[in-house]
Design a protein around this ligand. Structure first.
Ligand SMILES: Cc1cc2nc3c(=O)[nH]c(=O)nc-3n(C[C@H](O)[C@H](O)[C@H](O)COP(=O)(O)O)c2cc1C
Length: 192
């Protein structure tokens, strides 16, 4: 019997560094089931922070995917014309990238990957993580909730007392969100 081909997943990371420990746990899990390509925003590719060194994150992602991390516009542009991905996940998706996506701006590896991929009418899945999700970025989340082929990993307030406007996706729900998005369905509830 012919072996079933793995779905091709783009896993794009933006610079919400505090989520990376969880995100790499999810990436390890997804590497078992998908043919994965990792994309990093220039911020992620070039920033050492108190949450870890860029070189270590790059090495880890390359070990899990078995491929070079993509970080340049010219490396992700073929996602459009060559239809290289079945699904594209942006996790974490910063306020900065949410705003760009909502406005149709595609000036980073991650936002251009999204634009190129959406051209093929295939699912884009967003896992927001932003301190201003219930402030300046609320309108962008609203805009993207209403966009064709865009799905959300369920999200909620992570620390209402200390960060009353912050929203973060429940990253552990990524695998099931992807399964449903591949069928054209938004996982529910979106908000909790
Ligand atoms: C240590 C550190 C933590 C950050 N955490 C977040 C965050 O959780 N959410 C967010 O939206 N931006 C966060 N930022 C800011 C983004 O990294 C910044 O807006 C950057 O321009 C995002 O670029 P990107 O969306 O292309 O990755 C953080 C920055 C630093 C240095």
């Amino acid at each position: 019997m012919k072996k079933k081909e793995k779905q091709k997943l783009g896993f794009a990371l933006c610079g919400s560094f505090c989520t990376f420990e969880k995100i790499f746990g999810v990436m390890e899990q997804l590497a078992q089931t998908y043919d994965m390509t990792v994309i990093m925003s220039p911020t992620v590719y070039g920033t050492d922070s108190r949450f870890g060194r860029a070189a270590d994150f790059i090495r880890h992602a390359e070990a899990l995917s078995g491929k070079k991390v993509l970080k340049e516009l010219k490396e992700v542009e073929p996602f459009g014309p060559k239809a290289l991905l079945d699904l594209l996940l942006i996790a974490p998706c910063t306020g900065n990238s949410l705003a760009k996506l909502a406005a149709g701006i595609a000036d980073t590896s991650v936002t251009l990957a999204a634009k190129a991929h959406l051209r093929n009418e295939r699912p884009l899945i967003l896992a927001p993580s932003s301190n201003d999700g219930l402030a300046g970025n609320a309108k962008n989340i609203g805009e993207l909730l209403n966009r064709r082929n865009v799905y959300f990993v369920p999200f909620g307030q992570d620390d209402p007392d200390q960060k009353p406007r912050s929203l973060v996706a429940h990253m552990e729900r990524i695998p099931e969100t992807l399964l449903l998005a591949a069928e054209g369905q938004q996982i529910q509830p979106i908000l909790y």
